[in-house]
Design a protein around this ligand. Structure first.
Ligand SMILES: NC(=O)C1=CN([C@@H]2O[C@H](COP(=O)(O)OP(=O)(O)OC[C@H]3O[C@@H](n4cnc5c(N)ncnc54)[C@H](O)[C@@H]3O)[C@@H](O)[C@H]2O)C=CC1
Ligand SMILES: C[C@H](O)[C@@H]1OC(=O)[C@H](O)[C@@H]1O
Length: 261
């Protein structure tokens, strides 16, 4: 391979096979579209078949190599089903993006046990179990990558709920453990820690003008982020150009996490 070709491939995802969980809207959709436009083939997962059908039809009109499965990844059985589908379709895997996550914003004393378990299962157990299940396929890739979508709420206190923050902090720790454990298998593992990004999940609070102003006052760049700005970081970390980066957590936050006073 000549130098020019290798340089070109360094900044693309040509021929790579990627699973993006929660890929029908928000950050997951942006990551899937970024990967597709960089030459990857993508499987997305979300709960609603109608959402999947609509988005996949749109992508197929652009001849983008995407497929999808309607599964609830908070459930172990559905995570096993996804694994079977990936084995059946590809028999290998280069990239896993653990993007699925949700939030129930409450004071600590107000949470029920059911709400606690839902957040743990959706945000953390899904990421851990899918990393376990798909490890053999990632190991077959000479360039395996896992991207854990964490949050600045895993780095600092946010008023958006302790359980959510716990799950996001745990994803960052999981990133470090798996990066070291699986480095000999040529699997790199990195995390992203976004601040507020304009998605349906965040819009639930950002549509309140007073809340939005509070967010912007803590954001040196003076605006919330866009899903494509998270997607660009995810794509870079999976490229050959990032071949010596593993175990890291990159904040995508407009300066929030370094803003003291
Ligand atoms: N939007 C934001 O401000 C921030 C988001 N994040 C994280 O980014 C990730 C994506 O968030 P958004 O794009 O904002 O969320 P979103 O709610 O807009 O999209 C989430 C996607 O995941 C899917 N999903 C949710 N639960 C699922 C389940 N049990 N099984 C299968 N699919 C499921 C939804 O269908 C949707 O496609 C989450 O992990 C979130 O915690 C982190 C920091 C900031
Ligand atoms: C920046 C945080 O992760 C933010 O907190 C929330 O409640 C939203 O759901 C975002 O994830």
């Amino acid at each position: 391979m000549n130098q020019l070709e290798s340089n070109t491939n360094r900044w693309r995802l040509s021929g790579q096979k990627a699973v993006v969980t929660g890929g029908t809207k928000g950050i997951g959709r942006a990551i899937a579209e970024e990967f597709l436009n960089l030459g990857a083939e993508v499987i997305i997962v979300a709960r609603k078949q109608t959402e999947l059908d609509t988005l996949l039809a749109e992508w197929h009109t652009q001849q983008l190599p995407a497929s999808g499965y309607a599964l609830d990844l908070s459930r172990s059985t559905d995570r096993l089903t996804l694994t079977e589908k990936v084995i059946e379709k590809w028999g290998r895997l280069d990239i896993l993006v653990n993007n699925v996550g949700t939030n129930i914003r409450k004071k600590t004393v107000a949470y029920s046990e059911k709400e606690y378990q839902l957040l743990l299962d959706t945000n953390l157990t899904s990421a851990f179990h899918l990393s376990q299940l798909l490890y053999p396929l990632l190991k077959q890739s000479a360039q395996g990558n896992i991207i854990q979508i964490s949050s600045v709420s895993g780095l600092n206190h946010l008023r958006t709920g302790a359980i959510y923050g716990m799950t996001k902090a745990a994803m960052i720790q999981l990133t470090k453990n798996l990066a070291v454990e699986w480095a000999p298998d040529n699997i790199r593992v990195n995390a992203l820690a976004p601040w507020y990004i304009r998605t349906p999940l965040a819009d639930a609070v950002l549509q309140n003008p007073d809340y939005l102003n509070s967010v912007l006052e803590r954001t040196p760049m003076g605006r919330v982020g866009e899903p494509a700005e998270v997607a660009a970081a995810a794509a870079f970390l999976c490229m050959p150009a990032a071949s010596y980066i593993t175990g890291q957590c990159l904040a995508i936050d407009g300066g929030f996490s370094v803003y003291g006073f």
